[in-house]
Design a protein around this ligand. Structure first.
Ligand SMILES: Cc1cc2nc3c(=O)[nH]c(=O)nc-3n(C[C@H](O)[C@H](O)[C@H](O)COP(=O)(O)OP(=O)(O)OC[C@H]3O[C@@H](n4cnc5c(N)ncnc54)[C@H](O)[C@@H]3O)c2cc1C
Length: 546
C-alpha cells in the first residue's frame, strides 16, 4: 500500500487562530466600564449573553444568514399571489436568539410603558454585542422595539399589541399576529420621490368606517414578513401614521403586494422590499395630520440603535485587528509589537473608547428621560449627533482595521468585508448625515433644551483636562446650515469626551481630548501621537493578553 505524500502547504504557521468562542462582554473593558458608569450592575447576565453570542456557532449562523439571502415569492406556480419572503434557517435562529434575550422589547413593560432604568443601558450593551456578530436581523429587532413608542398615540391598540411584542417567543409562520405568541413590526415611510421629506408622501389613506384603506407605494420596506407596519399616508387631515397588519381582521391576507427585493451592498440577511399597498386595511395611530409627530417617537429610538450598532461594528473590527496582530509576525516581530502598527491600533482603540462611552451614556439618557427634562434634552440633541458621528466614522474605521489583517482581512472568511459592507447603511437610513445635522441645529435653536444640554455637558466635561471654556461657547453659537457638520461633529466628540471622563482612566481621556477635541482628527488612523504608555493601556483594554 502506498501512502500519499504530505503536501508542504498543509503546514500552516504564522496565522492567528480564529477569533471565536470569546466572551464579548468580559473581554471588553471599555464596555464593562461604560455599563457600570451608566447604572447597570447586572454583570453576570451580560457576561452570559457575551459568551453565548461569541461562540463559533453564532459566527457561523451570521455567515450562513448572509451567504443565503432571503428570496421573494410573489406568485405560486398556478399564478396565485403569495407575497412572501423566505429566509435561511440561520436568520431565524438569530431572530430567535435576539428575541429570547429581549433585544426587541426589554425596554417595555407588557402594558407598553417604559421599563424601569437601567433597561436601556442593559439592552444597549446587549445590542452592541449582537451587532458585532450579525446586523441584518437587527433591523426588524430595532423596528419592533421602537414601534411601541409610536403606538403610544393609540392606547387601545397599544394595549392589544404590547403583550405580543414583549413576549420572548419568535414565530416566523405567516399567520395573523393575534394568533401568534409573539410579533414583530416594521415601518414604511420612504417613497420613490423621497425618504427625507416624508411630507411629500403620496400614499393615500381613505377612511372606511373606523378604519382606513391605504393605497400607494413604498420604495423601501424592510423586513416585509413583519406582522405589522407603521406606515405614513395622506389622510383627509394630512400626513398620518397607520398600523398596517399583514392580515385583515377577518383573517385574509392584507393587500400588501411585494414587488421585488432590493439588491443591497450589505445587510444581505435582511430583506428590504418595494411594496404596493392596494387598498390595504389600516388602523390610525394618533391624530390625522400628526404623522410625523407620531412616528418620530419611533425614529428617535431607531437612531439610538444605529449608533449602538455602528459602535459594535467598530468594536468587532478592532478586536479582530488586535487579535490577529498578536499572532502574526513580520520581520521576526509580532505585528502587535511593531511601533507603527501599535500607533494605528491604539488610535483605533481610542475611537472605540469614545464611541462606546457615548452610546452607553446616551442609553442612560433614554433611561432617565421620562422623569428628568435634562436627560430628555440630552437624548433629544445627542441622539442625532451620535448617530452622525459614529455611523459616519464606522466605514473608514473598519477599512483601517481590515488592513491590519492584510490580505486575510479582505477575504470573506474574515468578518471584515461583511462589516465593511454593512456599515454605510446605518448612516443612510433613519435620517442620513446631513439630515441629522439639520435636526441638531433645529434643536439647538430651542433655547431651553440647548441650555439644559450645555449645562449638563459642562458639568460632565468639568473633569476634562485641557478643554477650554471656549469650546462650549463655540458650540453655543448656532452654526449656519453649511457649517452644521463641523458643529455637530464637535458636539458629538465633546459629548463622547465628557462621557469617557466618567469611565476611562485619565490618560485615555486625555489622549481622546488631545487627538479629537483640541485638534481635529484627520481621516487617517495612527497619524496622531498617542504616547507609548497610553497606547499600552489602550491595547490591553481592548482584549486581555493571553
Ligand atoms: C437597506 C435599506 C433599508 C431601508 N429600509 C427602510 C424601511 O424599512 N422603511 C423606510 O421607510 N425606509 C427605509 N429605507 C429608506 C431610508 O430611510 C432612506 O433611504 C433615507 O431616509 C434617505 O431617504 P432617500 O433615500 O429618499 O434620500 P433623500 O431624501 O433623497 O436624501 C439624499 C441625500 O440628501 C441629503 N439631504 C436631504 N435633505 C437635505 C437638506 N435639506 N440639506 C442637505 N442635505 C440634505 C440626505 O442627508 C441624503 O444624504 C431603507 C434604506 C435602505 C438603504
Amino acid at each position: 500500500m502506498t501512502t500519499l505524500p504530505r503536501f508542504d502547504t498543509e503546514e500552516v504557521f504564522n496565522q492567528s487562530p480564529p477569533y471565536e468562542n470569546v466572551d464579548l462582554y468580559s473581554s471588553d473593558v471599555p464596555l464593562q466600564e461604560a455599563v457600570r458608569a451608566n447604572g447597570d450592575a447586572q454583570t453576570d447576565t451580560l457576561a452570559t449573553f457575551g459568551r453565548q453570542w461569541g461562540t463559533a456557532e453564532m459566527f457561523a449562523l451570521a455567515r450562513r444568514a448572509n451567504e443565503n439571502p432571503p428570496k421573494l415569492y410573489t406568485f405560486d406556480g398556478k399564478g396565485f399571489r403569495r407575497d412572501v419572503v423566505e429566509y435561511h434557517p440561520a436568520y431565524h435562529e438569530l431572530m430567535r436568539a435576539s428575541i429570547a434575550a429581549g433585544l426587541h422589547a426589554s425596554t417595555w413593560t407588557s402594558s407598553g410603558q417604559r421599563a424601569a432604568p437601567p433597561a436601556e443601558v442593559a439592552r444597549g450593551a446587549r445590542y452592541y454585542m449582537a451587532a458585532q456578530i450579525e446586523s441584518g436581523h437587527l433591523c426588524p429587532i430595532t423596528m419592533t422595539r421602537a414601534a411601541l413608542a409610536a403606538l403610544a398615540a393609540a392606547p387601545e391598540l397599544l394595549a392589544e399589541v404590547a403583550p405580543k411584542v414583549v413576549s420572548r417567543s419568535y414565530d416566523p409562520v405567516f399567520r395573523p399576529w393575534w394568533e401568534k405568541p409573539g410579533m414583530t413590526l416594521g415601518m414604511g415611510m420612504t417613497e420613490k420621490q423621497g425618504g427625507t421629506d416624508v411630507r411629500a408622501n403620496s400614499t393615500t389613506a381613505t377612511p372606511t368606517g373606523d378604519c382606513y384603506s391605504i393605497t400607494g407605494h413604498k420604495w423601501f420596506l424592510s423586513a416585509p414578513m413583519s406582522d405589522a407596519f407603521l406606515v405614513l399616508a395622506q389622510a383627509p387631515g394630512g400626513l398620518t401614521c397607520f398600523f398596517v397588519p399583514r392580515f385583515r381582521p377577518d383573517g385574509t391576507v392584507n393587500a400588501l403586494r411585494l414587488q421585488r427585493l432590493k439588491d443591497k451592498l450589505g445587510n444581505r440577511s435582511n430583506a428590504s422590499s418595494e411594496v404596493e399597498f392596494a387598498g390595504a386595511f389600516a388602523l390610525r395611530v394618533g391624530d390625522e395630520g400628526a404623522g410625523i409627530r407620531t412616528i418620530i417617537q419611533m425614529v428617535q429610538l431607531t437612531r439610538l440603535d444605529c449608533a449602538l450598532a455602528s459602535a459594535g461594528f467598530m468594536r468587532m473590527a478592532l478586536a479582530q485587528a488586535v487579535h490577529h496582530s498578536r499572532y502574526r509576525s513580520v520581520f521576526q516581530k509580532h505585528l502587535y509589537d511593531q511601533p507603527m502598527m501599535r500607533a494605528v491600533l491604539a488610535d483605533l482603540a481610542l475611537e472605540v473608547e469614545g464611541a462606546v462611552a457615548l452610546v452607553m451614556r446616551l442609553a442612560r439618557a433614554f433611561d432617565l428621560a421620562p422623569t428628568d427634562p435634562r436627560q430628555a434634552a440630552y437624548a433629544r440633541l445627542i441622539t442625532p449627533a451620535a448617530k452622525y458621528w459614529i455611523c459616519k466614522t464606522a466605514p473608514s474605521f473598519i477599512y483601517e482595521a481590515m488592513e491590519c489583517l492584510g490580505g486575510n482581512g479582505y477575504v470573506e472568511e474574515s468578518v471584515l468585508p461583511r462589516l465593511y459592507r454593512e456599515a454605510p447603511v446605518n448612516a443612510i437610513w433613519e435620517g442620513s448625515g446631513n439630515v441629522m445635522c439639520l435636526d441638531v441645529l433645529r434643536a439647538l435653536k430651542r433655547d431651553e433644551e440647548a441650555a439644559m444640554l450645555f449645562a449638563d455637558l459642562e458639568r460632565e466635561g468639568s473633569r476634562l483636562t485641557g478643554v477650554e471654556q471656549g469650546l462650549f461657547e463655540q458650540l453655543d453659537e448656532i452654526a449656519s446650515e453649511a457649517a452644521a457638520r463641523v458643529t455637530v461633529g464637535k458636539l458629538a466628540v465633546l459629548a463622547a469626551a465628557a462621557a469617557l471622563s466618567a469611565t476611562a482612566p485619565p490618560p485615555v481621556v486625555e489622549a481622546f481630548v488631545q487627538t479629537r477635541l483640541l485638534q481635529p482628527h484627520g481621516a487617517l488612523y495612527g497619524a496622531d501621537s498617542v504616547d507609548a504608555r497610553t497606547g499600552e493601556t489602550l491595547l490591553t483594554r481592548v482584549l486581555p493578553e493571553n
